[in-house]
Design a protein around this ligand. Structure first.
Ligand SMILES: [Fe+2]
Length: 335
């Protein structure tokens, strides 16, 4: 079997016409306190993303450049989630539908699609708006045809994608509506059983590549005995969600910090995730940055993995910048 090339893109945050009509400052308008709004404005402008609709142009750029991939994996977050309730919002659903439509048209049956947290809804970072919605879960499946679990076998490699928000549900308690909580917990148990069944059936000579949008899920996977026993077989876990390697490095620096209370639910959720970040290590995490990167570093792009199905050669993981001359990046070699 010849070498396979996987193309990976994440956090596209595409904006269809209805989300664009809400204006670029949709998140800032939701903030009631002027001081918080001023801080958030500066953060958006200089650090995170000046234009939240920048993902559209980057997607077109990716589609033009992407070629020669045997498979393409989209690692979550297809809309801007400008109402903060995921795909249950018609405008966000329209964005995700357009975004996935473009990818499906280009890659057809070679495309595998993961859920991001913004598909299901997410509390705004700076205000108390939004959160997980069961209606978004149902819409992802019925309207967009997203499969919660997918598996692709390439020789000795098993590639597995799953819903990180479901696995990490205990860390997202504040994002759920109380009436929906029992159903979310039932869905989580069902999903965990599906994931552990894949690990349980793994042969000793097989290797795994995990695709997981939000790394907050990884410590929860590691608590499952069946998975813990097979951690050495995980060759690589590709995450998204953090948007930039700068955030991944910061996460490693802050790993083990105590959870911060009293600064809002979003800060508590983020600091709780960092508290557990040391447990990401056995999963051999690599980040696929947001397609548009962050404002501070302008580091948007996509990743590729070259894989020998017989596992005679080490995996080769590469980042490809979408703007500027500095294309290329760190290779990944096992060991
Ligand atoms: Fe994202």
């Amino acid at each position: 079997m010849r070498t396979c090339t996987l193309g990976i893109l994440s956090d596209i945050h595409y904006a269809g016409a209805a989300e664009q009509a809400r204006g670029r400052d949709y998140e800032l308008r939701a903030i009631a306190r002027p001081l918080v709004r001023a801080g958030a404005t500066a953060f958006r402008r200089f650090v995170w993303r000046r234009n939240p609709f920048a993902g559209n142009a980057r997607l077109e750029q990716f589609l033009q450049r992407a070629g020669g991939f045997d498979y393409v994996i989209a690692n979550g977050d297809y809309s801007c989630d400008s109402a903060f309730v995921g795909l249950s919002d018609e405008a966000a659903c329209q964005s995700a539908r357009e975004c996935l439509g473009k990818l499906r048209q280009r890659f057809g049956g070679r495309l595998r699609v993961n859920y991001g947290d913004h598909e299901l809804g997410k509390l705004s970072l700076f205000s108390a708006h939004g959160g997980l919605r069961l209606a978004s879960w149902h819409r992802a499946r019925t309207d967009l045809g997203l499969s919660p679990l997918w598996r692709l076998d390439l020789g000795r490699y098993v590639l597995l994608g799953f819903v990180s928000s479901l696995v990490a549900l205990p860390a997202l308690a504040g994002d759920m509506l109380p009436a929906e909580r029992p159903e979310w917990e039932r869905l989580r148990q069902e999903h965990l059983a599906e994931i552990t069944a894949v690990f349980a059936a793994l042969r000793p000579d097989q290797r795994m590549l995990l695709f997981c949008h939000d790394p907050t899920a990884l410590p929860f996977l590691g608590r499952e005995e069946v998975i813990r026993a097979r951690l050495p077989q995980i060759e690589l876990t590709v995450i998204g969600h953090l948007h930039s390697n700068l955030v991944l490095w910061q996460s490693r620096l802050l790993a083990g910090m105590p959870p911060l209370g009293g600064l809002g639910r979003a800060v508590r959720r983020f600091s709780t995730a960092l508290n557990q970040a040391r447990q990401w290590r056995p999963f051999r995490v690599r980040l696929c940055p947001a397609l548009a990167g962050i404002e501070l570093l302008k580091d948007g792009g996509y990743c590729t993995i070259q894989l020998d199905p017989e596992a005679r050669q080490p995996l080769r993981f590469q980042f490809h910048r979408l703007r500027g001359a500095g294309a290329g990046g760190g290779d990944y070699k096992k060991g």
